[in-house]
Design a protein around this ligand. Structure first.
Ligand code: IPM
Ligand code: MG
Length: 370
């Protein structure tokens, strides 16, 4: 039986609560002898600041480098508002992405049939929705230098963020987009702002060149990122794979998440390039939602995004596609049976806690494999 080394980083806020439901799932899969998991758990974000003074300790980064997959919760919260910018909780996550070169961020937005009414859009627009936002994750505005606030002579301040991309960075994310599209409907929208940004001009040129050279089987559309945001709420089903830079991907994926009913539903995978020797990629799996400090500690958070993120880890890092499918099926069944956390609550449904939802999903899997 294969052994998988997983590093769990629950983080802050609702992170540890939703991660507990992943641990329940791991225990179930181990009991069923589906695989052997070697689990390590460590601190990240605010929890790491409290203990080590930094949001990602060197030992934790070393463990992350060795893991087959990292399962991440969420970081941040008002408790750390006064921490130095360089050491804020989010910097721990950004450092993991950068150090492990996790440049390809897959953010699927799938509407479960049972939740078609929970969306803010009408049912016909989102029923059957299945789109994939591919966000470049290690470049662009979040990492470009200079990044600073300076004081000018007249006493006012000036803030600078820098958006920067190279040909190679764009090529590699576009290739991932095309590869993913080949397993889906072979349609890619590339979203940028070539009308006002130089990075948009280069993004557009490089995407066109990669398409011409190696993507003739793909239907490629160029779309301005603001128009893409508009079309996402006007007619989301026109999209299949959307590829975009780090900043636009952050925005568009939150928006796409909400189409599916709640941001508490969306998983994501951040993948590096495959190692030439082993073919394996470094990978971090995390829900798209944040640490939700307003509801933390109450046991009411929706664990589905975290559970589905673990499902993606099984699919992409552990070669356990059957089990990943099983998780998706169990989530759909549990929703179809009317169980709802507060964020997706609807009339006549049964409101459940984080752990009740997690337990119900595992029980459903139990039945599916019986
Ligand atoms: C996300 C989050 C992060 C990001 C934050 C927590 C740094 O919003 O994963 O979408 O901006 O990338
Ligand atoms: Mg975000």
């Amino acid at each position: 039986m294969a052994t998988h080394n997983l590093l769990l980083l629950p983080g802050d806020g609702i992170g540890p609560e939703v991660m507990a439901e992943v641990e329940r799932l791991i225990a179930f899969l181990s009991k069923k002898s589906r695989a052997e998991f070697r689990i390590e758990t460590d601190l990240c974000g605010g929890a790491a600041i409290d203990k080590h003074g930094v949001p990602l300790a060197d030992e934790t980064l070393a463990k992350a480098r060795k893991a087959d997959a990292i399962v991440f919760g969420s970081v941040g919260g008002p408790k750390w508002d006064k921490v130095k910018y360089e050491n804020r909780p989010e910097a721990g996550l950004l450092k993991l992405r950068k150090e492990l070169d996790l440049f390809a961020n897959l953010r699927p937005a799938i509407c479960y049939p049972a939740l078609a009414e929970a969306s803010s859009l009408r049912r016909e627009h989102i029923e059957g929705l299945d789109i994939l936002i591919l966000r470049e994750l290690t470049g662009g505005t979040y990492f470009g230098e200079p990044k600073e606030i300076v004081t000018l002579e007249d006493g006012q301040k000036r803030a600078v963020d820098t958006t920067v991309y190279t040909t190679r960075e764009i090529e590699r994310i576009v290739r991932v987009a095309f590869d993913l599209a080949r397993k889906r409907s072979k349609k890619v929208h590339s979203a940028e702002k070539r009308n006002v940004m130089k990075t948009g001009v280069l993004w557009n040129e490089v995407t066109t060149a990669v398409h011409k050279k190696e993507g003739q089987d793909i239907e490629l559309h160029h779309i301005l990122a603001d128009a893409c945001a508009m079309q996402l709420v006007r007619n989301p089903k026109q999209f299949d794979v959307i590829v975009c830079d780090n900043l636009f991907g952050d925005m568009l994926s939150d928006q796409a998440a909400m189409l599916t009913g709640s941001i508490g539903m969306l998983p994501s995978a951040a993948l590096g390039a495959p190692d030439p020797a082993t073919g394996k990629s470094k990978a971090l799996y995390e829900p798209v939602h944040g640490s939700a400090p307003d509801i933390a500690g109450q046991g009411i958070a929706n664990p589905i995004a975290e559970i589905a993120s673990f499902g993606m880890a099984l699919r992409y890092s552990c070669d356990m596609v059957k089990e990943a499918d099983l998780i998706d099926k169990a989530i759909a069944n549990t929703l179809a049976r009317g169980l709802r956390t507060g964020d997706i609550m609807q009339p006549n449904m049964r409101k459940v806690s984080t752990s009740e939802m997690g337990r119900a999903i595992v029980e459903d899997m139990e039945k599916l494999v019986a």
